[in-house]
Design a protein around this ligand. Structure first.
Ligand code: ZN
Length: 214
């Protein structure tokens, strides 16, 4: 049987790897088109609906990780802290974006995530951030994961792996047991993919002449 997908110019590979659901979706589309008297002989662009949700997720990740990365550069350029940034998001709206302030506050706990959670709580007037997500330029450390849990944030997306920060001289390791513990407590923790991870990982190399270790 010839699938409608074949008529729409989709490659054989796509056809073979997207067997059933695309066909059903196409048929639905064709039925709708028929009812609307749409010209089905018109050329149709290659199907993108299967990629769309993932691409949308990656775009969203990139948007907020890029903001966190921008915060990381601000921390070192202004001399107030180390190259780490974090953004708290509610729905699709940014609540706050912050960076590391350990030097400005003379406070070793003033990590970007801690600062962002404190600011978000103040701004929203509550200590329960269960309707928020946090985007961090780098994988959060155990201290930050602890506060993320206390604030009831349910989703953490980070750009660079902690190992990259560690290689740059920071106390960056996060034991797997910590990650597993927080995942089991219901927090989604994952690294952003593609370009978002790349721009986050290059922060340390690009800012190495500007940040200080002490
Ligand atoms: Zn931290």
């Amino acid at each position: 049987m010839l699938c409608a997908c074949m008529l729409h110019g989709v490659t054989l590979y796509s056809y073979l790897t997207r067997a059933h659901r695309p066909h059903a979706l196409h048929e639905t589309g064709r039925s709708v088109a028929r009812n609307l008297s749409v010209d089905l002989s018109a050329p149709v662009l290659p199907v993108t609906y299967m990629e769309a949700p993932q691409a949308a997720g990656q775009d969203r990740d990139y948007k907020f990780i890029a903001k966190a990365v921008d915060e990381a550069y601000r921390a070192v350029e202004s001399g107030v802290g180390r190259p780490f940034g974090a953004v708290i998001v509610r729905g699709d709206e940014e609540v706050v974006s912050c960076h590391n302030l350990v030097f400005k506050n003379t406070d070793p706990s003033a990590h970007a995530e801690i600062t962002a959670i404190r600011e978000a709580c103040k701004k929203l007037g509550k200590i329960n951030l269960s309707d928020c997500e946090i985007y961090a330029s780098c994988e959060p450390c155990p201290m930050c994961l602890g506060l993320i849990r206390l604030s009831k944030i349910k989703k953490v997306v980070y750009g660079a792996k902690a190992e990259i920060a560690f290689a740059a001289g920071f106390n960056g390791t996060v034991p797997d047991a910590f990650i597993e513990y927080y995942k089991k407590s219901g927090i989604e923790i994952r690294q952003a993919e593609g370009e978002a991870a790349r721009i986050a990982e290059e922060v340390f190399e690009k800012s190495k002449d500007k940040f200080r270790m002490e």
